[in-house]
Design a protein around this ligand. Structure first.
Ligand code: G3P
Ligand code: CA
Length: 286
């Protein structure tokens, strides 16, 4: 953790660009990640899914309809099909389009390509990879992921070495699998009010003691706890509970100044945002 420029004792959280600089550029595109790096993000976040022919691609939704000019379910399409689609232009007029980027670069972004970008950045940049619905694949997503990370030399950080990559998931089973194949890779368990069965305004299915035990119940190998900002607003005590149990807190998605302020006040370790430039400048003003 770093200290804010204003020479205070306040610790600055790591700023992670959610799907790239996705408030400005079409999410999960190379252009969005290039902008995030230019905007000063410490790390990049991406969602990954497996194609029918076993490639990991950076797509959030089950289908490609929202973020490309095509239609269909990612897991039923092959990489060659996805490469033909345009993932850049859907965001529409007024958004930054990657001028001069040729059609090949507008196709789906593979995790392989994103790892190349991270490794070739002119400063250290980390990557937070979220596996989407991995349980459906009975371990195949995790095995493919570690195989790819191994090819990039990023799956097995040495003890004490800061890892370039961390893996995040809403599924603790998926994280456990990753931990078994690649012990030492940092893991973050994600959750939200919705996931915990909390209705608007109050916890229904989850009582206070159960919430306290949430972090305690995490497997020892999972070092990161990733609540949504909505959960954190309602249960700010979770940060201290996580820290007491040696877990770093990664909060998503922090786009509003008041939410960043809350995260700073609580000592959150990592903020995940669609607006890395805005957060970076708010942190500089503090
Ligand atoms: O960083 C965690 C966050 O990305 C989880 O939600 O739906 O944006 O993938 P989602
Ligand atoms: Ca995500």
């Amino acid at each position: 953790m770093r200290t804010l420029a204003a020479a205070t004792t306040v610790a600055a959280p790591q700023v992670v660009a959610h799907r790239g600089a996705s408030a400005d550029v079409a999410e999960h595109t190379l252009a969005a990640y290039e902008k995030a790096i230019a905007d000063g993000a410490d790390a990049l976040e991406c969602d990954v899914r497996l194609t029918r022919d076993g490639h990991l691609v950076c797509v959030h939704d089950r289908r490609v309809d929202r973020t490309s000019d095509g239609r269909g379910v990612v897991s039923t399409l092959e990489l060659a099909d996805l490469a033909q689609l345009d993932f850049e232009s859907w965001a529409g007029a007024g958004r930054w389009q990657a001028e001069g980027v040729d059609r090949d670069e507008r196709g789906v972004l593979t995790l392989d390509r994103l790892l190349d970008l991270v490794r070739s950045a002119d400063r250290p940049v980390q990557l937070a990879i979220e596996t989407k619905h991995p349980t459906r694949w009975a371990g195949r997503v995790e095995r493919s992921l570690i195989e790819l990370l191994d090819r990039h030399g990023l799956a097995r950080p040495r003890p004490g070495e800061a890892s370039t990559v961390r893996v995040m998931s809403f599924s603790s089973t998926a994280l456990r699998r990753v931990g078994e194949i690649a012990p030492g890779l940092p893991l973050v368990w994600l959750t939200s009010r919705h996931r915990l069965g909390m209705s608007a305004g109050r916890a229904t299915g989850v009582r206070m003691p159960a919430m306290g035990g949430l972090v305690a119940g995490l497997p020892a190998g999972i070092g990161g706890f990733g609540p949504s900002i909505g959960l954190l607003r309602e249960r700010p005590d979770l940060v201290e509970a996580a820290h007491r149990r040696g877990r770093a807190v990664h909060v998503w998605t922090v786009d509003e100044p008041a939410d960043l302020r809350l995260c700073l006040d609580l000592g959150v370790d990592v903020v995940i945002t669609n607006r890395p430039a805005a957060l970076r400048s708010q942190l500089l003003r503090l």
